[in-house]
Design a protein around this ligand. Structure first.
Ligand code: NAD
Ligand code: DAU
Length: 352
């Protein structure tokens, strides 16, 4: 048996592929365009492994997607590929509309065509698993209940609006055509191979380089953090046992303010790689806020626990320690992802 994964060279996708092949021998066909966020180095340990077939290509390319489905006959498609960074969606929304909306549409149509030609048994077994985000639900006030699957969609950024649009397409392809879909809406992930444009890896790499740690606004925005391999295990659980057409919220039961995340990273670095110049927290710098910045996200993950018995394995304390250690152990990976394009982004976003 085979699964087709999109975006499997990105942060979560590569962790998912590595985790999948560590747990089973089921082949993975991995379709990824290798945008700035895609990195084959994340998958280096799979070199020469016949269970992993990497295809460089665009999910918007229907001919290619049709060919891969016909050739590999997957029993499931797990869709990670996306433009994923909120700040980039603010400065350049076009790529988000194309990949996140048109790309999902292209995969849905290709899957529908492929699925309708399957035998009854294969048809019943096929799954289109859409990997989405908690950001589609909008922003919570301090005492609001956490996001349940029934929460209305109120996306606030071009990124979250494009993901919300893709969620609606997935829902409609099930409702109208009967395509067997599953959607997971997950909170903020962290862990190995996280591209250092996002909060946690940016703070680690900047601190190690003695650079300012830019905290947006007052730093009191709250996110619900989940270690990335827990996200991978949640997707496996939903793919195995999730009810077709349902959505499942995935989260870490771990709400934290950004400034506390940054202070935790600094404290771990003080312990693991002390800086003779003084505590890393001296580098914390409050900067201009993100336009339209969502104040709080929190996931109510009771449905996936109740129906499928899934809970995160890592605590934040164990996951963040592993993460900081991973970055300390992989200076070459960090150096290589900080290419010219990365430096251009950093200077555009944070100025001098
Ligand atoms: P990422 O930006 O690290 O990786 C995205 C991957 O998609 C890259 O490998 C990139 O090359 C690939 N890609 C981009 N455009 C493509 C295209 N047109 N065709 C084929 N491949 C393309 O993203 P991530 O953080 O790993 O997120 C993966 C998915 O999970 C996304 O759908 C995102 O919305 C969702 N998600 C992310 C988080 C998070 O905290 N990072 C949380 C919840 C949900
Ligand atoms: O909630 C899930 C989402 O989490 C995913 O759908 C997105 O793909 C993923 O990028 C992430 O979005 P966020 O905007 O929450 O993540 P980011 O790491 O960019 O920012 C986390 C918080 O930290 C947010 O409140 C903004 C703040 N921040 C971020 C950066 C990059 C800073 O204060 N300074 C920074 O330099």
């Amino acid at each position: 048996m085979t699964i087709l994964v999109t975006g499997g060279a990105g942060f979560i996708g590569s962790n998912f592929v590595l985790d999948w092949l560590a747990q089973s021998d089921e082949k993975v066909v991995n379709l990824d365009v290798l945008s700035y966020a895609g990195n084959l180095e994340n998958l280096a340990s799979l070199q020469g492994d016949a269970r992993h077939v990497f295809v460089q290509g665009d999910i918007c390319d229907r001919t290619l997607v049709d060919r891969l489905l016909a050739e590999h006959q997957p029993r499931a498609l797990v869709h990670f590929a996306a433009e994923s960074h909120v700040d980039r969606s603010i400065s350049g929304p076009g790529a988000f509309m194309r990949t996140n909306i048109e790309g999902t549409y292209s995969l849905l149509e290709a899957s529908r065509q492929y699925w309708s030609g399957l035998s009854d048994e294969a048809k019943a077994a096929f799954r289109f698993h859409h990997v989405s985000t908690d950001e589609v639900y909008g922003s919570l006030a301090p005492h609001d209940p956490a996001f349940a699957e029934t929460k209305t969609y109120e996306p606030n950024s071009p990124y979250s609006a494009s993901k919300a649009a893709s969620d609606h397409l997935v829902r409609a392809w099930h409702h109208t055509y009967g395509l067997p879909v599953l959607t997971t809406n997950c909170s903020n992930n962290y862990g190995p191979y996280h591209f250092p444009e996002k909060l946690i890896p940016l703070m680690i790499v900047n601190a190690l380089a003695g650079k300012p740690l830019p905290v947006y606004g007052d730093g009191q925005q709250i996110r619900d953090w989940l270690y990335v391999t827990d996200h991978a295990s949640a997707i496996r659980a939903v793919l195995d046992g999730g009810r077709v057409g349902e959505t499942y919220n995935i989260g870490g039961w771990n709400e934290m303010a950004n400034i506390d995340i940054v202070k935790t990273v600094c404290a771990l670095l003080d312990e693991l790689r002390p800086d003779p110049a003084g505590p890393y927290s001296r580098l914390i710098t409050y900067v201009k806020d993100r336009p339209g910045h969502d104040r709080r996200y929190a996931i109510d993950a009771r449905k996936v626990e109740r129906e499928l018995g899934w809970r995160p394995a890592e605590t934040f304390a164990s996951g963040i320690r592993k993460t900081v250690q991973w970055y300390l152990d992989h200076p070459d990976w960090v150096a290589r992802v900080q290419s010219g394009a990365y430096r251009d982004w950093v200077s555009q976003q944070y100025g001098a």
